[in-house]
Design a protein around this ligand. Structure first.
Ligand code: DX5
Ligand code: ZN
Length: 218
């Protein structure tokens, strides 16, 4: 299982030092949470662009961009210049199947594609797109802010999705995002998680290397 570190709650004045500590801890990805003030209340787009530009200058660890935005193409255009490994958009941001297919194709010009679902969206809704995308990002909290508690029912969605992927011989990866830490990582792994997005429980930890190793080995 891989660790994608969410830098949403990294303080600007501490960012250089925090990124340095994350580098030494050998995270697998930097998770960039882009919010537009419309799809969710907060607007983090400017700060996340600054962080992405900074990271591109100092790291070879890939960027994992999570777009919590209404106008997906607009933000793909902005963040694709940072050459992320993957760009994930929300199923709920598109109005119909045609738009979803169009967005998948659009993102594929630049990077791998992920599709994300909010806690109240049924996992069956992504099934038809699984052969076309590289990953599904299952939100384990309501998108919008860090530091929330994982919604227990979402783990069942991961289990169901994993079963479907295996049954159909697909190679889509499952990523989960929100409220993940040492207390629930085992359960998520057992459910079939491939990539864990970890925000506050890592950023607030004293020892990053210990926490990353522990999350991976538990
Ligand atoms: C929530 C974001 C998450 C989140 C992760 O809208 O997509 O990436 O901030 O942070 P924690 O681990 O604190 O929930
Ligand atoms: Zn996220």
């Amino acid at each position: 299982m891989e660790i994608s570190a969410s830098i949403l709650s990294v303080k600007e004045e501490e960012s250089v030092h925090t990124f340095y500590r994350l580098e030494l801890a050998h995270i697998d990805y930097y998770h960039i949470d882009v919010m537009d003030g419309k799809f969710v209340e907060k607007d983090t787009s400017e700060l996340m662009k600054i962080y992405s530009d900074n990271l591109k200058n100092i790291t070879s660890i890939p960027l994992d961009v999570h777009l919590m935005v209404e106008d997906v193409k607009k933000y793909v255009d902005i963040f694709s210049s940072n050459e992320p490994k993957s760009i994930t958009f929300h199923l709920e941001a598109a109005k119909n199947k045609e738009e979803i297919l169009e967005l998948i194709k659009y993102i594929k010009q630049y990077s791998k594609v992920g599709i994300s679902i909010k806690p109240n969206t049924n996992v069956e809704e992504v099934y038809e797109y699984l052969p076309l995308v590289h990953s599904v990002l299952v939100m384990t909290v309501e998108p919008g802010k860090g530091g929330q508690k994982l919604i227990q029912e979402t783990i069942e969605k991961i289990r169901k999705l994993k079963e479907y992927i295996e049954k159909n011989n697909l190679d889509t990866e499952i990523e989960a995002d929100g409220g993940i830490g040492l207390d629930n990582i085992k359960e998520l792994k057992d459910a079939g998680l491939d990539i864990a997005v970890v925000g506050t429980s890592l950023i607030n930890a004293k020892d990053y290397k210990y926490t990353v190793n522990k999350l991976k080995s538990i």
